[in-house]
Write a new protein. Sequence first.
Length: 121
Amino acid sequence: MESQLKYIKDKTYDIEDGYAVSLEELPPGLAYSIAVHIENNLPDVEVNDFTTYIFGGHVSYYNEVYFFAFEMMRASGEYPTLTDVSLIECDEYLDLINLNLHIKSNDKSKQGQKKTNTTSD
């Protein structure tokens, strides 16, 4: 039997051990939800060899909302690297929103609102 070629996604980011270990400590379904949400909404950050960036986000898992923060860096000539992730309290997430350090979802309803706003101008 001949094997078929499988699609391999282009590499857009790296992960460090701390990020993987932190996800392993969470329930598998929640960890998967968080990882997919981060991957689908990965923020674009400036190249800086000396700075890490912290962003917040939230996911729904079994009808409960979980808030999380993740750390990433982007050294010169490299892909962005996810270095850590952890669950946080709602207040901490709200602080990240106030600092504009939260990942925005690519939700279709939000995209529809943007299109509606741009066509009316």
